[in-house]
Write a protein that binds this ligand. Structure first.
Ligand SMILES: C[S@@+](CC[C@H](N)C(=O)[O-])C[C@H]1O[C@@H](n2cnc3c(N)ncnc32)[C@H](O)[C@@H]1O
Length: 502
């Protein structure tokens, strides 16, 4: 990649052209943006052609670097007046005829400091290339990328690791809360693009290292994030593309198993690792498989399965993702995938989020594996669950005055004409948007949790009201209340989760 001055010139031009997510939405509208997301550029192109004069620079940049179409050297020179056309060629953004050589697009998100806007360069996708992507393709920001960045715990740490950085998106996010970030990749091209993106966005606290998995990092980290190349790919079958961006070259789901196994030695005490992964379902249930991988570590673990696909769907998803369209080649790859799964008796593949933590002292105390495959309401807060777990440990919950969290509502369903509800649920309005069924006792206890009375006193009063044995009611309700605290639906009067109370 070329010089720092040229990259600074590019940044100045992109800013002057208002090459932002909002400007693009305005330029081609949300329907065209949705079509682009589906891999179709015609609506966006028509919107650009029909646009009134003005925003010419944004339109040229969008046409070239997002739609992947050549622009004239004159139009590019006008859109990038500081860098110039020659400068754009020198940076490897376009060829000498004005055809794009990289994808470059705005990216924005909101965090505690407000709206943040970056530009992210990556390799041209299938749409721009007009054919399947090559094996060394460096991925831009995709759905999995934003899932992980949305989950990322933004607590200050000295040193963070982004393992498998690709275009650098997780490292850029981590650089906001870590004093220093090390970003690794097996691809030198990925590291070059990630460094380019860091420079383009003025981020200076990331170091880039080439190598596989934890090979290049002897250090221990306060935070490890990784969207690793977890896609299960047939091994040993002829002509199955080995895409660097998604395939770690191992059999089945072993790459995720190795990251879980190896990360422990790279976490400082209290350090947290946040990963995405796939796991196989065969003779053994997939989540039980992850549990087994974790069992041999000393780490706290919270694993959430978000999605499960049968092997047919899985094969189709990933063959299409590489740009192969239905036809003889597609069918050949499909068979290779199914042969591979059949060789291990795999019927389904799970996908989800893995949060691991090295305990500050002693052995692990948290081992939670759950399926949460419903719609989420914003990004789930992994830090809140870890905090709630710590708060609950060795605590006499009966002595605590709890409050219902601000985003929780109760829903009651009645048979028509009945005075008493037949079904009662507690519903969470954020994160995993959990629904928890309520029995009569738990409903009464939760209803009384307004932060004024200790839980023990509430249990006693509810037992009297329902004319049941107090000890039995308390024994029934206590673990249920603990679970509600753990998932953030009830919060303690004291402690970190207190600010979420109504
Ligand atoms: C799914 S991409 C993730 C990119 C980016 N971090 C994101 O979240 O969008 C996985 C990345 O891991 C890299 N990779 C593949 N095998 C690797 C290995 N053995 N060690 C480290 N990185 C690897 C790929 O080159 C690719 O950039």
């Amino acid at each position: 990649m070329a010089g720092v001055t040229a990259i600074a010139d590019l940044a100045a031009d992109l800013a002057a052209a208002t090459f932002t997510v909002d400007a693009l939405d305005e330029l081609w509208g949300t329907d065209a943006a949705a079509a682009l997301h589906r891999g179709q550029r015609v609506p966006a192109l028509r919107a650009l052609e029909g646009r009134a004069s003005g925003a010419a620079a944004t339109a040229t940049l969008a046409r070239t670097f997002i739609l992947g179409l050549a622009s004239t050297p004159e139009a590019l020179a006008a859109a990038l007046p500081t860098l110039g056309f020659e400068g754009a060629v020198g940076l490897g953004l376009v060829d000498e005829h004005g055809a794009p050589r990289l994808d470059l697009r705005p990216y924005s998100f909101v965090d505690a400091s407000g709206v943040v806007s970056w530009w992210i360069a990556s390799d041209l996708g299938e749409l721009a290339l007009g054919h399947a992507i090559p094996e060394h393709h460096v991925l831009g920001v995709g759905g999995a990328s934003t899932t992980l960045s949305g989950l990322m715990i933004a607590r200050p740490v000295d040193l963070a690791l982004d393992l498998g950085t690709g275009c650098g998106i997780q490292a850029l996010h981590a650089a906001r809360h870590a004093t220093r970030v090390i970003a690794t990749d097996i691809s030198q091209r990925a590291l070059d693009l990630a460094r380019f993106n860091a420079e383009l966005n003025g981020v200076t606290n990331i170091e880039f290292r080439l190598g596989s998995l934890f090979g290049p990092v002897p250090e221990r980290f306060g935070h490890v994030v990784s969207n690793p190349p977890f896609v299960i790919t047939p091994r040993g079958a002829d002509g199955v593309p080995a895409y660097e961006y998604r395939d770690g070259g191992m059999v089945g789901d072993s790459l995720v198993a190795s990251v879980i196994k190896e990360v422990e030695a790279h976490l400082e005490s209290g350090g947290v690792a946040q990963l995405l992964g796939n796991w196989e379902y065969g003779a053994q249930e997939g989540l039980a498989r992850v549990e087994q991988w974790v069992r041999f570590t000393g780490l706290d673990a919270w694993v959430v399965e978000r999605e499960r696909q049968d092997v047919d769907q899985y094969a189709e998803t990933w063959i299409r993702d590489g740009g192969t369209r239905p036809g003889a080649e597609f069918d050949r790859l499909y068979s290779a995938w199914l042969d591979d799964f059949a060789s291990r008796g795999v019927t389904h593949v799970g996908f989800g989020y893995i949060t691991l933590r090295r305990p500050v002292s002693g052995g692990p105390t948290l081992r939670r594996f759950e399926v949460l495959d419903g719609p989420v309401a914003g990004s789930p807060d992994a830090a809140a669950l870890l905090d709630a777990h710590d708060w609950l440990r060795d605590r006499d919950l009966l002595a605590e005055s709890l409050t219902v969290a601000a985003d929780v509502t109760e829903q009651r369903y009645y048979w028509p004409g009945d005075e008493h509800p037949t079904v009662m649920d507690l519903r969470q309005g954020s994160g995993f948007a959990r629904t928890v069924p309520l029995g009569t006792a738990l409903a009464a206890v939760v209803g009384a949790c307004d932060g004024t009375l200790p839980l023990g006193v509430i249990c006693s009063a509810v037992a009297q009201l329902l004319e049941v044995d107090e000890a039995e009611l308390t024994a029934e309700v206590l673990p249920q209340v603990g679970e509600l605290v753990l998932v953030g639906m009830l919060v303690g009067e004291t402690g970190v989760s207190g600010d979420r109370a109504r």
